[in-house]
Design a protein. Structure first.
Length: 358
């Protein structure tokens, strides 16, 4: 009965994970491991699924542990495809844990074995994963240097260029495989890396491809991201009117998705873009919309940002009393959320406006 019960528990675990209940699924897989089995191939599959379940539960150290067990077992029984898969899973987990160099080693092993086995799908996935590791590492390195896209230290630049190269290789392979969904993901990530590198025209070309595929699949979330990314890239090229059109589309889709946080972000971007266009009336209209949503979401930081933007826009219109009202709100919120820089800015603004109003 031992074999049957281990397999039965594992199958129940698999069913639960497929239904999205990873916590219960993991419990069944753990029980299956406890019962044990002589069939190492089954055990390897259980370890793999346990690793994935813990990954979805964001328990990354546990995920790492089981993917390592899976890798060891796959090697023991000489299962090369299993070894490749376990290496890929390990790479993705290490990436999330910020262990980028170790992650690259694992993803590279996934790539090498997939190529050796003539597994094109595995090869494409490995290329994509390596791109993701370099992309994450590049973003991580650039957090320490708060700068505009394009003004990057050498190490960050090289890392993002590597990410781009792997995405390019992934793209040409998934084109060969005719996998349109994977092409969409590659285009989106190529757009994001080129944007960070300051290559805005290239970023726009990639995001337009992303947008076309998102529409093809009716993938509204991807469509919304593409519009938003296109808006951002056009801002850096100084094409504010085009940006505004893309942000409006972002706003439409975020309303269709009923995603208020994204709707707030789109209103904020529109407010800023109309400020750049010196159309302060419309800037105010969108910053007020942002303010209302931030209040509904209980997002005090967003509310503070909206008040600051509204204060500035009213100053530009010469409406100093309105501006003072929002400057005071900005001050109050900055003090409440402990935003020292915001507090100093707001104090300065309040003082200047009080002077102006005599």
């Amino acid at each position: 009965r031992m074999e049957a019960s281990c397999l039965e528990l594992a199958l129940e675990g698999e069913r639960l994970c497929k239904a999205g209940d990873f916590k219960a699924g993991a419990a069944f897989f753990e029980a299956a491991v406890q019962v044990g089995t002589e069939d190492l191939k089954t055990l390897s599959a259980i370890y793999s699924q346990l690793g994935n379940a813990y990954f979805y539960l964001k328990e990354y150290s546990k995920a790492l542990e089981y993917h390592k067990h899976d890798l060891t077992l796959a090697r023991t029984i000489g299962d090369r495809i299993g070894e490749a898969k376990a290496s890929g899973n390990l790479g993705n987990t290490l990436k999330i844990l910020g262990q980028f160099d170790e992650a690259v080693v694992c993803c590279q092993r996934h790539l090498d074995i997939s190529q050796e086995q003539g597994d094109k799908v595995g090869e494409a996935r490995a290329l994509y994963n390596i791109g993701n590791v370099y992309h994450a590492k590049g973003k991580h390195l650039s957090w320490n240097v708060a700068q505009d896209p394009g003004y990057l230290p050498q190490e960050v630049k090289e890392t993002l260029q590597k990410a781009s190269e792997y995405y390019e290789r992934n793209l040409s392979l998934v084109k060969e495989l005719g996998d349109r969904a994977a092409q969409g993901r590659a285009y989106g990530n190529l757009g994001n890396t080129q944007y960070l590198l300051g290559n805005f025209s290239e970023a726009i070309a990639f995001h337009k491809e992303r947008l076309a595929i998102a529409k093809e699949f009716g993938d509204k979330a991807a469509e919304r991201r593409a519009y938003s990314n296109l808006g951002n890239a056009h801002v850096f090229l100084g094409r504010f009117d085009i940006s505004a059109e893309y942000y409006k589309k972002t706003l439409q889709v975020s309303r269709q998705l009923k995603d208020q946080a994204v709707e707030a972000q789109a209103c904020y971007s529109l407010g800023n873009t109309y400020t750049l266009l010196q159309d302060y009336e419309r800037a105010i209209e969108y910053h007020l919309k942002h303010l209302v949503i931030a209040q509904e979401l209980g997002d005090r930081v967003g509310e503070g940002r909206a008040c600051w933007s509204l204060g500035n826009a009213y100053v530009s219109l010469g409406s100093h009393e309105q501006a003072l009202h929002f400057a005071r709100k900005h001050l109050e919120i900055s003090q409440e959320v402990g935003d020292k820089a915001g507090e100093l800015t707001a104090q300065g603004n309040v003082a200047q406006l009080q002077l102006a109003l005599g």
